[in-house]
Design a binder for this molecule. Structure first.
Ligand code: NAD
Length: 484
């Protein structure tokens, strides 16, 4: 079935598709072709306030928060609809974001899986009871928070929205979704499916597109929004945290990363090299937990850099709609310029191994294409090692002793993920326990499941998404006591 796109131009509020009060539009550009592919509302304060009121009303006036069977059924049916539309939405996602069609399918499959997981969890959310004394009986209840704002980025726009909205709904909240202005079409298409599931009461799911500084900001400061989930840049997250403090708003932050791989001399390189290459060049490096740094033992340094170079140069860069493409363009001209600036910085700070340029000519005449890029001997204090580039740029660092590798891994403000490559199980666990990151993969990378928690240490975030903790982020705990 082909997804119709006439609803792109409207917000979804109180179960209706409503034109924005501003009448203005955000134009969506395909980063692979620079062609216009659609437009969505550039909403104003009136629109977002209407959505907040709609969510608050639906939360109060319906049985949503008390009816876990209905919530479970609604999420299950949303998953089924998404499954039916997977291929057409994958195309929209690739055309809007630039990522390869294979990545888009993986992203949507993960969304379906996540909706199903939280459909089950909706029925399993329970508190506990306790008898503090013979005359006293206490219930520890788990309640939804109320109205939840969910602000998402553009890099994994479907997954990063679903991984928050699914637990928020499973717990019984009403939500207002604010997608990134680079990828509203994917998000609107997924929300269109909510409209087709009758178990969702009108107003429980709302979506308003528009500028972050206006629409996202209103979700942050409006006192009727009880909790906020933000996934995005660390600096934006810090700003939201300061603003949310005013109302002591509940906040979950999923922020940036600079995640390392540590390669010990006994690493299985046949496994490690393709995994590392994939971890940095997937979505053209625009992934929060991209494996942006390789910390390699000096004894295998030259061999590893040469193998990485060969893999990077073998990648087919192109339009993500081609099945054979390995790496698509970056999201925008602005992002391309930012990454190229980092490549110039890298030429000063370190040794360029491969890449470092924009691709031009022939099939690359249109589109924001970059070469897969590797820098070697990158000093830990350099900008290349410290800052989140959000592009296909890998930084290699060398170590002699285990403690040095750990210090390098922990030597940034971020702490999202890490990969450890060794056949020594004792060393793997010892190092995993010392690395300050929310996720540590051993002899693998990029393995995420709906049932396993994800989140950041240090400036990579606050709170956890996915799993049981991901559900708990969207609940309040209440003690009810009765004297008998
Ligand atoms: P961004 O912070 O620019 O934007 C994210 C969202 O916030 C967008 O919807 C945007 O419109 C909105 N926004 C922007 N300014 C705002 C403001 N002042 N008030 C409220 N909302 C505002 O981030 P981005 O460029 O879209 O995404 C890339 C970043 O996201 C990277 O840093 C990446 O590491 C991070 N990220 C983190 C995770 C994670 O799970 N930790 C996952 C994906 C992306």
């Amino acid at each position: 079935m082909q997804v119709k796109t006439d609803f792109f131009k409207k917000n979804y509020i109180a179960g209706q598709w409503i034109e924005s009060s501003t009448g203005e539009m955000i134009i969506s550009i395909n980063p692979a072709t620079e062609q216009i592919i659609g437009s969505s509302p550039k909403s104003g304060l009136e629109d977002i306030r209407l959505a907040i009121d709609s969510a608050a009303h639906a939360f109060q006036a319906t049985d949503w928060r008390y009816n876990s069977a209905k919530r479970s059924e609604a999420l299950m049916r949303w998953a089924a609809k998404l499954n039916e539309e997977k291929e057409s939405i994958a195309k929209i996602l690739t055309m809007e974001n630039g990522k390869t069609i294979r990545e888009s399918r993986i992203e949507l499959t993960a969304c379906i899986d996540t909706l199903k997981y939280y459909a089950g969890m909706a029925r399993s959310l329970f508190g506990r009871s306790i008898t503090p004394s013979a005359e006293s009986y206490s219930i520890i209840d788990k309640e939804p928070i109320g109205v939840v704002g969910i602000i998402s980025p553009w890099n994994w726009p479907a997954m990063l929205m679903i991984r928050e909205v699914a637990p928020a709904l499973a717990a019984g909240n009403a939500v207002i979704l604010k997608p990134a202005s680079q990828t509203p079409l994917t998000s609107l298409t997924i929300v269109k499916l909510v409209d087709e599931v009758e178990e969702f009461p009108a107003g429980i799911v709302n979506m308003v597109t528009g500028p972050g500084a206006l629409i996202g900001n209103e979700l942050t400061i409006n006192p009727k929004v009880d909790a906020l989930s933000f996934t995005g840049d660390t600096n934006t997250g810090k700003q939201l945290m300061k603003q949310a403090a005013d109302k002591v708003k509940k906040l979950a932050l999923e922020l940036g990363g600079k995640s390392p791989h540590i390669l010990f001399p006994d690493a299985n390189l046949k496994k490690a090299i393709p995994n590392i290459t994939h971890s940095i060049f997937i979505t053209a490096g625009q992934m929060c937990f991209a494996g942006t740094r390789v910390i390699v033992h000096e004894s295998i340094h030259k061999e590893v850099v040469e193998a990485l170079r060969q893999q990077a140069e073998r990648l087919k860069v192109g339009n993500g709609l081609e099945e054979s493409t390995d790496m698509g363009p970056v999201i925008s001209e602005k992002q391309l310029k930012k990454v190229l600036e980092y490549c110039d910085i890298g030429r000063e700070e370190a040794k360029l191994v491969t890449g470092g340029n924009r691709l031009r000519g022939g099939e690359y005449d249109q589109g924001f294409y970059l070469q897969p890029t590797i820098f070697d001997e990158v000093p830990i204090e350099s900008r290349l090692a410290q800052e989140e580039i959000f592009g296909p740029v890998l930084a290699v660092q060398v170590f002699k002793e285990e403690e040095e590798a750990i210090a390098l891994a922990n030597g940034t403000i971020f702490g999202l993920a890490a990969g450890i490559w060794t056949n020594d199980v004792n060393r793997a666990i010892r190092v995993a326990r010392k690395v300050k990151a929310g996720t540590v993969w051993i002899n693998t990378y990029n393995k995420n499941y709906p049932q396993t928690e994800f989140g950041g240490y240090k400036e990579s975030g606050l709170g956890r998404t996915r799993g049981i903790e991901g559900l708990m982020e969207y609940t309040e705990t209440k003690h009810i006591n009765i004297q008998i």
